[in-house]
Design a protein around this ligand. Structure first.
Ligand SMILES: C[S@@+](CC[C@H](N)C(=O)[O-])C[C@H]1O[C@@H](n2cnc3c(N)ncnc32)[C@H](O)[C@@H]1O
Length: 327
């Protein structure tokens, strides 16, 4: 999966809140129509966007890496150009050098960071994503942790969902907790801390309204039980929402990750795939420090900490892997 594989390039998977899931090719279709020469740019009333030089690319890529930990290779230069080119036009800037200076010096530079986050992150997600891994979590690690906590007389469970995008992952975990505990959930202190870099994604997550597309792999019975039908789609019920607390956390900033309350379980799926090894190590250290002894870390199916950290014990399962911090 590449850095730029999300709906922003037309895969049509932006699924949260008011956003519409566009069919494949629609988002990117305008640009491809222009480049394939079907209609001249002037006829469409569109301005040509600036070209990015290698030097401008290096500076911008370094800036993005330092702020977000996201690593963009020179091979993806054209994608940065595509995604940010229109932004330059909106700001009345002619070159990427001017845009870089804007990011350093303009009075609106803090707000522009939000735009950059939007443009460079891949936010693809869905409810019940990677059902096999979630099944193992629900039937084994979750059950085990709840039983252990109960035996200790501590009816509390803390989970961190890092890089939660528009909220589908932490809400899925909250639903699984309802399923595991049933009515007895009222006697438990449960907190799912859900974070993302992108303020726009966090706004969608807090709203908790989703289209059919976001729920495409969710069992029908679960939708009926935990969602209310609303005009814009399906809204997560308050009893699910109240288990989840959303807030901004930047995994590339240790001061930010240290503020996350300690957890029994950490989910960080499909996030570190966009980081280089140095940044991956930083994130894994943050998860290790955050986890309570005996806690579990769940990464995406194509992500591994092999060669990056020996701190965790791998727990291989058929079709999935998770990592355990020693007791
Ligand atoms: C592909 S989504 C994964 C969503 C969810 N975890 C899942 O697997 O369905 C990746 C998310 O990571 C977030 N992200 C990227 N870099 C981050 C960073 N440095 N700190 C926090 N979140 C980050 C992005 O904003 C994006 O919403």
């Amino acid at each position: 999966m590449s850095l730029f594989s999300s709906s922003k390039l037309g895969s049509g998977t932006r699924t949260g809140g008011g956003a519409t899931a566009a069919p494949a090719g629609v988002t990117g279709g305008l640009a491809s129509g222009i480049t394939s020469g079907r209609l001249p740019t002037r006829q469409l009333g569109l301005r040509k966007t600036a070209k990015i030089t290698d030097e401008e690319f290096e500076k911008l890529a370094d800036f993005i890496y330092n702020k977000t930990g996201i690593s963009i290779s020179i091979k993806r230069k054209y994608l940065l150009e595509n995604r940010l080119g229109a932004r330059l036009s909106e700001l009345g800037l002619k070159t990427f050098k001017e845009y870089y200076d804007y990011l350093q010096l303009d009075k609106n530079r803090a707000a522009e960071m939000e735009v950059i986050c939007e443009k460079v992150t891949t936010n693809e997600t869905s409810f019940y994503r990677d059902a096999r891994q979630l099944g193992i979590f629900q039937n084994e690690m979750l059950k085990e942790t709840l039983a252990k906590q109960e035996a200790l007389g501590r009816k509390e469970l803390f989970i961190w969902s890092a890089g939660c995008s528009s909220g589908e992952e932490p809400y899925t975990l909250a639903i699984m907790l309802h399923e595991a505990l049933g009515m007895s959930i009222i006697g438990w202190n449960i907190r799912i801390t859900a974070n993302d870099l992108s303020p726009a994604m966090l706004r969608l997550a807090r709203a908790g309204v989703y289209t059919d597309y976001a729920l495409r792999t969710t069992p029908k019975g679960i939708i009926a039980k935990y969602f209310d039908k609303v005009d814009a789609g399906y809204q997560v019920k308050p009893r699910v929402q109240k288990l989840v607390q959303f807030g901004p956390v930047n995994l590339s900033d240790p001061a930010s990750t240290r503020r996350v309350p300690r957890s029994h379980i950490v989910f960080c799926r499909n996030v570190i795939i966009y980081f280089d090894d140095a940044m991956k190590k930083k994130a894994i250290t943050a998860f290790y420090d955050n986890l309570l002894p005996g806690g579990h870390l769940f990464l995406g199916h194509s992500e591994s900490i092999h060669k990056l950290s020996t701190a965790f014990r791998p727990v291989p399962k058929p079709g999935a892997i998770c990592y355990k911090k020693e007791e």
